[in-house]
Design a protein around this ligand. Sequence first.
Ligand SMILES: C[S@@+](CC[C@H](N)C(=O)[O-])C[C@H]1O[C@@H](n2cnc3c(N)ncnc32)[C@H](O)[C@@H]1O
Length: 210
Amino acid sequence: MLVTMKVFYHNVLTQIQTTGSIAPSSRFLARAITQCVEKKPEPVSILEVGPGTGPFTRVLAQKLGEGDHLDLCELNGGFVNYLRQRLQRDPVLYAHREQISIYHQSIIEFGGENQYDYIVSGLPFNNFPPYLVQEILERYRILLKPGGLLSFFEYAMIRQIKGPFIWGNERLRIRSIDHIFKHYLRPYEIDRIFVTLNLPPAIVHVCRYK
Ligand SMILES: C[S@@+](CC[C@H](N)C(=O)[O-])C[C@H]1O[C@@H](n2cnc3c(N)ncnc32)[C@H](O)[C@@H]1O
């Protein structure tokens, strides 16, 4: 736990824009964001984007059945090294090490199409420029199989809280992200879970792209 915090805060301080959080996600958020991932008669393939120190990864690993696979896509080399070590040392991850692959790259460069049943995204969309949010959401759509599920989170009311205190380009950026969420994602949203026991409280969105 102490090592996880050390790795997390070292990387938050050096990569604040892409890490975008003040603490690793709680087990309550981990449970909520992975809730939609269910076993199927056929093998299931899962992509986790932005695993960080791995709070969601551990819960996802516990859900892996025979033939299922979990791919992790992480931009930050510090987190990638930590996850590789965790795969050897954490008994839950170690038990599924043959079913888990780690990719050190940005989701933007992550190739493939129609290959995942589930995408669990830990990316801090509210920190990104709107064009990047749009590009990543489109990448997710392409990567998911038809009917596949995307589950992601954002900190509760973050855009509404920031709104009155920001001006100029930052205000425009936040408004554009709000617009993308409302107009691009909302039609696909099938579930929303409010998680109070997280720092800060968070909302999980589950979307089914058609
Ligand atoms: C908010 S942290 C979440 C970490 C972890 N899932 C959690 O909930 O504690 C965001 C993570 O996304 C990663 N990330 C940011 N941009 C990325 C990108 N374009 N592709 C892949 N990972 C990215 C960051 O390095 C960081 O690990």
